[in-house]
Design a protein around this ligand. Sequence first.
Ligand code: 3H9
Length: 703
Amino acid sequence: MTDLIQYTTRGAVGLITLANPPVNAFSAAVRAGVLEALEGIMADDALTAAVITGSGKLFSGGADIREFNTPAGMQSPNLPELIEKTEAFPKPVVAALHGTAVGGALELSMACHHRVAAAGTRLGLPEVTLGIVPGAGGTQRMPRLVGAEAALDLIVGGRPIKAEEALELGLIDEVVESDVVDAAVALAEKVAAEGGPPRRTSELEDRVTADRERPEIFEEFRKKMARKARGLESPYACVECIEAAVNKPFAEGLAFERETFVRCVESAQSKALQHAFFAERESGKVPGVTKETSTRPIERAAVIGGGTMGTGITMCFANAGIPVSIIEVAQDGLDRAMKTIEGTYAGGVKRGRMSQDAMDACMSLITPSLGYDAVADVDLVVEAVFEDMSLKKEIFGKLDEICAEGAILATNTSTLDINEIARSTSRPESVVGLHFFSPANVMRLLEIVRGEATSPETLATAMQIGKTLRKQGVVVGVRNGFVANGMMLPYIRESEFLVEEGATPEQVDRVIFEFGFPMGPFQTMDMAGLDVGWRIRQAAAATRPESERYSPVADRICEMGRMGLKTKAGWYVYEEGSRTPVPDPEIAAMIEASSAEQGIERREISDQEILVRCLYPLVNLGAGMLEEGVALRPSDIDVIWMHGFGFPRYHGGPMFWADQIGLGEVHRVMQELYEQHGELLQPTALLTQLAQEGRSFGDWSAE
Ligand code: 3H9
């Protein structure tokens, strides 16, 4: 038998243990091993029952996703075959669950005749997040155990639940605080002693018969999910499968589920979502940092600056249970910062997102401090004052004097050179960038900026912090705007040029929204506030080459005092109390006047041109950043865009999306744009090379 399965006996019970680290995925060898063990138990008259469990910290993460669309995935027994054989097994089979049991692992458990879980085990069917439906009977068995409404919630939501909730729903039979395998073996012995045919989930009819009387639940659910499922195929496919479970005999429902699974797993959306899953995990692997690299435990932190970023970052630490001091130079600034934090938490309590107790616990972890004394005993400081190099150098000089040896000195700068900041200390190896996105307590992306002197220990600690704060960390190099904001530049620039050439802000925003972003660039700018960009442009004006094309429209909007949503006017106008952008004829007239002034003859601009003009240049710049080594791999850029700017996950991020179009085509269009609009759109060397060689970013990073 394969060594990915351990097999032993406990009295008259055969114990099958999955042993395929890290997540005991059901690869071809594991499936074959489980089946072989079951056959052995069948053939042995001394054995009356079977228990299936997992080794290590979890039961199993389900099917082996890397085997999707490969011959290994279909190798007999495939997962549906194994699961049907488990349910049909004549001797009782009990699942002993701990840690996590998701996807195909929960599907197998539901086909076992009984399920026992250790307290706190997480159970779920997350397949929808991979663009598929549960494809091994999950959509048919779950409604039979918990009813259609709970099944819709769990399968379409894809969210895991704790064993205690699963017990209440009827998904499992027992939750134990004691050893789960002992409990499962005891249950197996008891059921075997009682005799009678095993309890088969596929034969349970009560729940589905009752649900058949309420066909309206499906339409109601479809309406309820519409906003969240916009653009996605698999949530609707999941609903159809659960509907089939209710309305069709089990075997027909199962066949329908199978057909739907096969269609979904081959879809472009599923491939993109699988890419997103692996890209997120890949981003945690960084040259020079290994499992052996030591990290500093972060028991206390401090944040310098009580503005929007500083308060949000402070909340991140408190939310993670880490005591944190927030430092301001004047009492009124400190009071304002604490009021902001308290108000944000209170808003969460009011909206039912957190309990009053949780808010009180977070507030008790935050210490307001005047001056730098508070940094003396912290393990990490995050500086989040405004973007002024001399101020930052002064602060880092002080930190260098006061902080304990080995403490991590981080800056939240989004534009300044971290190497220069690091040089203002005597310990540049301890300096790193932790670039949070606004609002920092909400946004998941964290750019971890590696300076030229940052030590592997500092970097590893920063990556560890990202995980503790439940952020999606991505390591990047030093460059103006790093990767995220740097790549935002051509996206915003081209959208503004398009408006000067004949499009309208609302047309550009509609095209980008329809592509799948939560909103287009003009609405985003209004939401973020136009003043920050304006200040940055003013600062950069002196160094901008005369010959470079520049759209003055955004500056003029600011000159009119329109700073976006917060002033109820920006690219759009906003009615009192509303966040809905309303096109403004005054802005339309101003844009037309600006086009005329610059001698630009306005023309009809197609939706397709808008899409490629906004997105191809950022792919092009992404390729440039790979060449420079500022981004480590194309998939890191994808993660940054998905988590930082809402690039639709079902397109897999800009670099994966470009690969699907074909880099030959992307390059051809970039070349055309370059010839029409000039050097800002010149194809980068890496894009040109890959296009000429007929390769993709994926091929390049696999080298
Ligand atoms: C399914 O079951 C289909 C069926 O309905 C029908 C089939 C016919 N496969 O997340 P981590 C890797 S669909 C292959 O950091 P954690 C992961 O890439 C499946 N590899 O660990 C990483 O590799 P590396 C439905 C997998 O402890 C390593 O394991 N199941 C799989 O933070 C560690 O991963 C899911 O969607 C997999 N299934 O969290 C569950 N899972 O070290 C997906 C993980 O090389 N998995 N890897 O980077 C998870 O949600 C989490 O991994 C889990 C553990 C919660 C299990």
